[in-house]
Design a protein around this ligand. Sequence first.
Ligand SMILES: [Zn+2]
Length: 188
Amino acid sequence: MKRRKRGQTTISARKAVVRKPAGRKWWSDPNFRVGQGFDVHRLERGESVTLGGVRIACPYRIVAHSDGDVLIHALCDALLGAGGLGDIGRWFPDTDEKFRGADSRELLREVVGRLAQAGWQPVNVDLTLIAEVPRVAPHVERMRERLAKDLGLSPAAVNVKATTTEGLGFTGRKEGIAAQAIALVRHR
Ligand SMILES: [Zn+2]
């Protein structure tokens, strides 16, 4: 038998195996689901953009059928994806005059309502804006508060972050703006 130095502990491979919780297998727990969303819109010269439900003054505007809030559109797609409910285009077609200039927060609340009808409620969401302009850091807290209200969550469960593409691609040339989102939902 090998002599063990003082303080040295050994764990046998068998003991190191994580115990599975009793009852339902955690890896197939149907109570949680995840979804992801992605959206892009064109930018052109203008006076302001609306992102995360917050209007930000800047020398650009977002070209879209609705208010063009890419962050919220990506979030809606993530939520609908998690609930297995398709995508934003299915519920709010951009050919429908009803949604011209629509406030995306209203669309978000509608998505949350449809999720609830299907038995799902958001747990947390994480959003990433991919854009050279505008600078959103000063507005992030307000976005979190507004989105949290629409989602029925605490702002702590709503993360908003932004990145540039270092001047590369359509976002780098300020021709467009993009967003990604991920959402976790649980069965009520
Ligand atoms: Zn969109």
